[in-house]
Design a binder for this molecule. Structure first.
Ligand code: G6P
Ligand code: MG
Length: 219
């Protein structure tokens, strides 16, 4: 296939359903601190860095923590989250994802990871996908959180693909906004009511056929 395009995948909620583990771990933290938050509020945490997530949660619980306690809570959350990650293997790759990755490889289309997570490499290793990506940009490489386009712009740069030739798969509102801010084509994975700003939205990867991928790669 003749294409000068590249693809960037978010990780949590796109390649694997770790979004549910983040939710469980944040919810436990909130409950331990004496309050709760809803699934709707949780949507606002998707794609958002660990620090920013904790800030939002504490606002919802109307709590303020000392610097030391804030750090301690972040570490506890991550510890709890990693206890779920530890049980992961390649069966956790969401249905339909592998088929698209294989298609990109066969057609020599470069693809990268663009995630806010500092655990991205650990997770990719657990699901045996670490070596497949042409580039990985994660929470350890960026200073500005989505909706800032930084993570995707660095990823496109590493792939040597122009931003306007990049296609982003995202499950979060902040991530779709980041793709738009980077002038990239955005494909939302999830609920169209939540991800209405995306250029396209699919409920999951099983609903995306290879003809569609070919179309966006060649137009
Ligand atoms: C992703 C997830 C967020 C998470 C962030 C940081 O963007 O969607 O829910 O807070 O990564 O992840 P980390 O693994 O570094 O805590
Ligand atoms: Mg995500």
């Amino acid at each position: 296939m003749e294409t000068d395009k590249g693809v960037i995948f978010d990780l949590d909620g796109v390649i694997v359903d770790t979004a549910k583990f983040h939710f469980l771990a944040w919810r436990k933290l909130a409950n331990d601190l004496g309050f709760d938050f809803t699934q709707e509020q949780n949507e606002q945490l998707k794609g958002v860095s660990r620090v920013e997530s904790l800030k939002k949660i504490l606002e919802w619980g109307e709590l303020e923590l000392s610097k030391t306690e804030f750090k301690r809570q972040m570490a506890l959350k991550n510890e709890n989250y990693l206890s779920y990650v530890a049980k992961m293997d390649k069966r956790e790759i969401l249905p339909g994802v592998q088929k698209i990755i294989d298609y990109l490889i066969i057609n020599n289309v470069p693809f990268a990871l663009g995630s806010a997570s500092k655990n991205a490499r650990t997770i990719l290793k657990k699901i045996s996908l670490l070596e497949k990506f042409d580039a990985i940009v994660d929470g350890t490489d960026v200073s500005k959180a989505k909706p800032d386009p930084e993570v995707f712009l660095i990823a496109a740069g590493k792939l040597r693909v122009k931003p306007e030739n990049s296609i982003v798969f995202e499950d979060s509102v902040a991530g779709i906004q980041a793709a738009k801010n980077a002038q990239m084509l955005s494909i939302g994975i999830g609920d169209p009511k939540t991800l209405g700003e995306a250029d396209y939205v699919f409920p999951d990867f099983t609903k995306i056929d290879l003809d569609f991928i070919k179309k966006v790669l060649t137009k």
